[in-house]
Design a binder for this molecule. Structure first.
Ligand code: ME8
Length: 512
């Protein structure tokens, strides 16, 4: 039976429309999920929306609508974004669903049974924007008279009765877990930050609120709603059918949570502590990607530079956007995007390097080989070197994927494309047409076979364009998984090919 692989994105706050940061995380996680499926895993890929909490309530109030109506409207936008980005998620969870209330109350009850929850009063700082409690030492009073938390969001003073989670008791166990599982947190900078945060000592965590009711009621004390992060993190369990079981129950523990760097503490300190308390297994790994900036500036509604993912796709095309985001920014680091940078990748690597190579070789095949896969003669050392280079990428890609180095996978694939261009130019198949047509067929075969290998590897990143290339190469649907990159699999000489067409058009500035 196929090995299981459970991967999640963070669940987004639907207090506004989705932005490019959300799109980035979803595209990256989709590429990981698709890669694993092509590599033979039984994949469960989850995304969704985080609909409770004060932020949702305040935004709804400001709009004069109910939080439920705000959640419904924007959850629909997030679902539409997932479709627009061709995300292959197997489920979309909304934390206002009944299945999620059951799961959250169940994990709460387990934490109570473990003796890790007690009632007290909370006095301290809270950031609504981050939905996070901060110690006084993590905040600063700035010249504007406002106190800010470590992420630069304003904090407010809270004093109310609250249930607490005995987080302080988990420091040693968490440190032992990080030590025993060095891959639990990636990349390394994030891991180091978390280790030093935990070493500095953990305070108990306030896990319920009484001053508003937009949340999941605390079992047995319905004046309280759970702290939104208790409920939010539990979504990953809910989707596996917890606590009832069902066909997906074997997917827990998750293999990978993909999140942004601003929510590492919740996923690598609070979440494992909750799970330890509840006696449930911990996820294998949490990987934090960086933030995307618009020409170096943080996106914000007030600056008016928030990029709408739907507009981006409309302007450049979906696969170009997917490729750009995953190729341009080393996954795990912050990155920038700009019109110039996107156009440079589209016209350089996609249109010129890969698109032209496919177009030129396939047109020659159509004209000079009767529109069928060419029949190769004996391979020269140059041919073998080319095929070996393309064949070597899968193993490297697998190992880069273990570390979520998506950019490294694309860099390797595109390096093979460059090599194929040099091979093609060096072999001059157009000159061979008259002098040595048999050799021309071999060169065209090697080129087409290289494009087949590259296209199979590009499927997780650019599903539609890669499929279009594989269609042009006459590769059957069942010959497109990574299994078709080993065991000597090659294009079948004589296979009839469709008429070639351009797959990666150049970006041309619209006339203004
Ligand atoms: O944090 N660039 O939701 P969210 C890259 N509901 N990634 C970005 C980004 C940017 N400019 N802005 C946000 C939440 N993100 C919680 C998560 S999980 C149990 C609950 C990322 O809508 C961010 O880091 O604020 C997070 O991973 C995701 O988008 C959702 O952010």
């Amino acid at each position: 039976m196929a090995e299981r692989f459970y991967v999640t994105t963070a669940i987004s706050y639907p207090n506004g429309r989705p932005h490019i940061g959300h799109a980035y995380e979803l595209i990256a996680t989709d590429a990981i999920a698709r890669f694993k499926r092509l590599d033979g895993f039984d994949v469960f890929f989850l995304t969704g929306t985080d609909e409770h909490g004060i932020k949702m309530m305040q935004t709804a109030r400001a709009e004069g609508i109910e939080p439920r109506a705000l959640a419904d409207r924007n959850a629909a936008e997030f679902q539409a974004m997932a479709r627009a980005l061709n995300a292959s998620n197997d489920d979309f969870i909304r934390t206002t669903e009944e299945r999620h209330r059951r799961a959250s109350q169940d994990i709460w009850n387990r934490m109570v049974a473990a003796g890790d929850i007690y009632k007290d009063a909370y006095t301290g700082w809270y950031s609504v924007r981050d939905e996070a409690y901060y110690g006084e030492n993590e905040t600063e009073l700035r010249a504007d008279g406002v106190r800010y938390g470590p992420q630069g969001t304003p904090v407010e003073w809270v004093e109310e009765e609250s249930y607490f989670f005995r987080l302080s008791a988990f420091g040693e166990r968490l440190l032992a877990h990080y030590e025993a599982h060095p891959d639990f947190i990636g990349p390394a900078e994030r891991r180091n930050e978390v280790v030093s945060f935990v070493r500095s000592g953990l305070r108990d965590l306030s896990v319920s609120r009484t001053t508003f009711d937009w949340g999941i009621p605390v079992p047995g004390d319905e004046r309280h709603v759970m702290y939104v992060w208790v409920d939010a993190l539990t979504n990953y369990l809910t989707a596996t059918g917890y606590p009832d079981g069902g066909p997906r129950s074997d997917f827990w523990p998750a293999n990978l949570h993909v999140i942004g760097k601003d929510i590492v503490r919740f996923h690598t300190v609070y979440w494992p502590a909750f799970l330890m308390s509840a006696g449930l297994p911990l996820p294998d790994r949490v990987f934090a990607h960086g933030f995307l900036f618009n020409r170096g500036e943080k996106m914000s509604k007030s600056v008016g530079n928030v990029i709408d993912p739907f507009a981006l796709v409309a302007a450049y095309g979906l696969d170009a956007v997917r490729y750009f985001l995953l190729r341009e920014v080393p996954f795990g680091q912050d990155g920038n995007y700009s019109h110039e940078a996107i156009v440079a990748r589209i016209n350089g690597e996609l249109a010129n390097d890969l698109g032209n190579l496919a177009q030129r070789s396939l047109s020659m095949i159509a004209k000079n080989v009767g529109g069928v896969v060419p029949t190769p003669g004996a391979f020269t050392p140059a041919d073998t070197a080319m095929l070996d280079a393309a064949g070597a990428v899968l193993a490297e890609a697998r190992s880069a994927m273990q570390r979520q180095e998506l950019h490294a996978v694309l860099a390797r694939v595109i390096a093979v494309v460059s090599e194929a261009n040099r091979y093609f130019a060096g072999q001059e198949p157009w000159a061979l047409r008259k002098t040595d047509p048999a050799r021309m067929e071999t060169v065209l075969f090697v080129t087409a076979e290289t494009i087949r290998r590259v296209s199979i590897l590009l499927q997780p990143f650019m599903p539609e364009s890669a499929a279009a290339l594989l269609d042009l190469l006459g590769v059957p649907e069942d010959g497109r998984s990574f299994a078709a990159l080993s065991g000597g699999a090659m294009l079948q000489p004589g296979t009839a090919l469709p008429a070639p067409k351009a797959v990666f058009p150049r970006y041309v500035e619209p006339e203004s």
